[in-house]
Design a protein around this ligand. Structure first.
Ligand SMILES: Nc1ncnc2c1ncn2[C@@H]1O[C@H](COP(=O)(O)OP(=O)(O)OP(=O)(O)O)[C@@H](O)[C@H]1O
Ligand SMILES: [Zn+2]
Length: 828
């Protein structure tokens, strides 16, 4: 071969991260026409497995073919410019290593789904097909349609055939060689376009415009359009303003045909621009804040602490004005030119805070969470990449956005467990990832909470984090007073009505009369209502999971909260056919119903998973309550923190015991946080607040500390116990859950893993196997092994590698092949 040119140019290989649980990137060949265009961080579409196409990200470009397989070609390059930064690629790998998952899984979480293409099978004629005689008449008909349309999707075809399943028909046609099936790839994201109009350049000044109006004498309708057009432009700035055009929509009341003619005659030009899906904010409406003296002190102390420390814990009691202090700090960092991320643990919280922040930062700020549509999420992602959003407010996954120049990350309510992703992988903790990322980008991290996590407080106590405290509420507001109600006593004295103590009901009645608002908190955990037969004691159970079904009264259904299984609630007992069926246990819905019966005039709202499924549900509930036309808000942990209402003077916490006695070493910590946080919703402005706690164990020490608002005392006591048992923060816990449809297989696999780990790490570091709290989910039996590893004593990397190796080892054994191992690093 002489064509040396061709053969000298090396084949380009690219490593591509794919959104599937495989350990490494896959290597693909770049076709010659793309070899100059491929870039690290760009999206590509590649074939994977038999019939799939996937969107991946190029993580490396090189010249080495893979050893173990023949590299396939990249099908399509989607980006001229990379959409994933080298910083992100680094972060994906770090998260994967630390949380024992795969970088592709992290990438999958980081990219909004609107940036991943979906593949849809389509059929087209096979150009080589010649054996018409093989076809039945109706098949010929189908081919005619395919030919006409050039190609059809499965969905199109099923519409045409008026039949839902077209697979059979298609398969026959493929077998006969008449058609080909291919995957059409389409990008999901579609930018929002707006049609605009502008005057042709030669008319874009005052005298030419006036002349134009004269010219149109007699053509009244066209004249009207131009008059309106010019009227909308400021006379001294016609040229500049005209350049940006006016929305075509402004002219929709005027004659459409005249518009058309003007465009055709090149008097007006029509063009399209891509616009943001987010509202614009006027600088005039922007608010400024003035910190109070204690707040200013706290803010100064935080800045001082940042001089020494990368991470600062800000312990400020509920209602102390942490948000205002964040705003002050954010402002400082933004004006220095760096990026800022403010993370919030829950969407429920974003509504109020976002509207406060928008008044200060306007459209410099991007908002990122899962109640946004795909398109909106893509816009924020790309906005961060292109530098349009220097400041982002978001939930957990916002830490994976393409930041390159972070100056400050704030984790508000840093103690919240919703910062940790539970399922699926990556099972990352956004607060901890933030600390890692900030470290790399030389940014500062502020952890804010009224009830810090023991992990963070311990770090602060040990001098690893700075610590700033603010023990005073904003303005004249004071912390609420507590009323602990001993429900055992109340029952004895027959002072209980539908589960509410008499004294609470009296307080509630008085509060409604005063037109002040009440928040009622019901922890869902273990208190969902279930259906029970009074005759034979039947309880509605999920047939796939070892839990009872939750009774949803409104829909009258029984629902499994673990697998989603749902059935209509029976009218008679399915076992003994008795009609004595009753709903037991108290959920939010039951409380709402009971209160409505007791106070028919009261206006009650409920906020829980069921009432907040739709996009604007949070917002609607929160603003309705804030507007004050509602007396009572009943809710789950969603309402327990962060919310800020002026008129709430009564808060009630039911079944505090269920939280305190939960079988988990963190139960007391959680209970303290939860009760303190929800109590903190009361009395935030002038009106003082009262908190009712109904409990069966009024003497529990957790309550004592809550009542005295003594976080530090509580911490000191608990931390001793943690140390004694070597629990976090003194150790890190990795849990490994086995899942299998056979109970004994799952148990044995977990047992086997526990045994090898005990040998390697010593028996005191390994717990289990133990059946999971809910032993069976979706027909799979769950067993857990817990590994407790002291901090700074062990080589964590080596331990994780060993665990991964042993899992692979066990998975290769025949009887354990189909056991799934789920690893969760830093269980919360
Ligand atoms: N300097 C200030 N000027 C005006 N209003 C303020 C100021 N500081 C706080 N406030 C108001 O006080 C209320 C409580 O403040 P904020 O919500 O920031 O408290 P927080 O510390 O975040 O409380 P929590 O931990 O309960 O969420 C808000 O309504 C806020 O607008
Ligand atoms: Zn179930």
């Amino acid at each position: 071969m002489q064509s040396g040119e061709l053969f000298n140019s090396e084949t380009i290989f690219t490593d591509v991260l794919l959104p599937v649980p495989i350990p490494q990137a896959f290597t693909y060949r770049a076709p010659r026409h793309l070899s100059e265009q491929v870039q690290v961080g760009s999206r590509v579409i590649v074939p994977f497995g038999k019939n799939r196409v996937l969107t991946g990200i190029i993580s490396k470009i090189h010249g080495t073919p893979p050893e173990k397989y023949k590299a396939k070609y990249i099908a399509e390059l989607m980006d001229d410019e990379p959409v994933v930064t080298p910083e992100q690629l680094w972060l994906f790998q770090w998260v994967a290593d630390y949380y024992m998952c795969h970088p592709g899984e992290v990438m999958n979480m980081a990219l909004p789904s609107g940036m991943k293409v979906n593949s849809e099978s389509r059929i087209q004629l096979n150009p080589d097909f010649e054996s018409e005689e093989l076809l039945e008449d109706f098949e010929k008909e189908i081919l005619k349609v395919v030919e006409e349309k050039e190609s059809l999707s499965y969905a199109d075809l099923s519409k045409y055939l008026e039949e839902s399943s077209v697979n059979k028909v298609i398969k026959k046609l493929i077998d006969k060689g008449a058609i080909l099936v291919y995957e059409e790839v389409k990008e999901r994201y579609s930018p929002k376009k707006v049609k605009k109009l502008r005057l042709a350049a030669k008319y874009a000044n005052q005298s030419a415009a006036l002349a134009l109006i004269d010219e149109l004498e007699g053509k009244t309708k066209q004249q009207e359009v131009i008059l309106k057009f010019i009227g909308l432009l400021p006379p001294d700035k016609i040229r500049e303003k005209n350049l940006h055009g006016l929305d075509k929509a402004f002219f929709k009341e005027l004659s459409a045909s005249s518009l058309k003619t003007l465009i055709k005659n090149e008097v007006l030009e029509e063009f399209e621009i891509t616009v943001s899906r987010f509202e614009k904010y006027d600088a005039d409406e922007m608010a400024t804040i003035t910190l109070t003296e204690p707040q200013q002190n706290a803010s100064d102390q935080i800045m001082e602490a940042f001089a020494e420390q990368q991470v600062v814990l800000f312990h400020g009691i509920t209602g102390s004005g942490k948000t205002e202090i964040y705003i002050d700090l954010i402002d400082k960092v933004l004006s220095s030119g760096s990026q800022v991320l403010l993370m919030l643990p829950e969407i429920a919280l974003t509504t109020q805070i976002v509207s406060r922040l928008q008044k200060v930062f306007g459209d410099k700020m991007g908002v990122y969470h899962s109640k946004f549509s795909d398109n909106e999420r893509v816009e924020v992602y790309m906005g961060v990449l292109k530098g349009n959003y220097q400041f982002v407010v978001g939930v957990r996954s916002s830490i994976l956005l393409p930041f390159t120049n972070l100056g400050l990350v704030i984790a508000d309510e840093e103690h919240e467990t919703s910062y940790k992703q539970f399922d699926p992988a990556p099972r990352y903790h956004a607060r901890d990832v933030a600390i890692m990322l900030a470290h790399r980008q030389h940014a500062k991290v502020l952890l804010g909470s009224a009830t810090p996590s023991f992990e963070s407080y311990w770090q602060a106590k040990n001098g690893k984090y700075g610590l700033v405290e603010l023990h005073q509420r904003f303005g004249k507001a004071t912390l609420p007073a507590f009323e602990v109600i001993d429900m055992k006593e109340e029952r004895k004295a027959e002072r209980v009505n539908k589960g509410f103590s008499q004294s609470f009901l009296e307080a509630l009645e008085a509060n409604i009369k005063r037109k002040e608002q009440t928040i009622i908190f019901q922890n869902r955990r273990g208190y969902a209502p279930y259906m029970n037969c009074e005759e034979c004691n039947w309880i509605g159970q999920c047939h796939q999971c070892a839990v009872s079904l939750t009774h949803h009264m409104y829909e009258n259904t029984l629902v499994c909260h673990y697998c989603g299984y749902k059935e209509t609630a029976p009218k008679v007992c399915p076992v003994c056919e008795s009609t004595k069926l009753k709903s037991v246990g108290v959920g939010t819905e039951k409380i709402e119903e009971d209160l409505q019966e007791l106070f028919p005039e009261a206006r009650i709202l409920r906020m829980d998973l069921d009432t907040t499924r739709s996009k604007n549900a949070y917002q609607n509930i929160i603003s309705e309550f804030a507007e004050g036309d509602v007396d009572i808000l009943v809710g789950t942990q969603m309402i327990s923190k962060g919310l800020d209402f002026d008129n709430v003077s009564l808060v009630a916490v039911f079944n505090a015991d269920k939280m305190i006695y939960f079988p988990d070493f963190r139960a007391a910590e959680r209970a303290f946080q939860m009760i303190t946080q929800v109590s903190g919703r009361a009395g935030r402005k002038e009106k003082p607040g009262t908190v009712f706690i109904q409990t069966g164990g009024p003497d529990h020490s957790v309550l004592k500390y809550v009542l005295e608002n003594d976080f530090i005392g509580f911490y000191d006591k608990e931390i001793h116990e943690r140390e004694g048992f070597n629990y976090p923060p003194f150790s890190r816990v990795i849990s490994i859950t086995t899942k299998h449809i056979m109970r004994n297989v799952s148990h044995q696999a977990a047992g086997k893993l526990a045994a090898v780990l005990k040998k390697y790490l010593g028996p005191q570091r390994v717990l289990g196997p133990e059946k999971a709290l809910v032993e069976r989910v979706r027909n799979q039996y769950l067993f857990e092994v817990w590994v407790k590893l002291e901090k700074d004593k062990l080589n964590m990397k080596a331990v994780k590698a060993y665990i991964a190796e042993q899992i692979t080892e066990i998975n290769t054994e025949k009887e354990f092949k189909s056991v799934r191992f789920v690893v969760n690093v830093d269980v919360v």
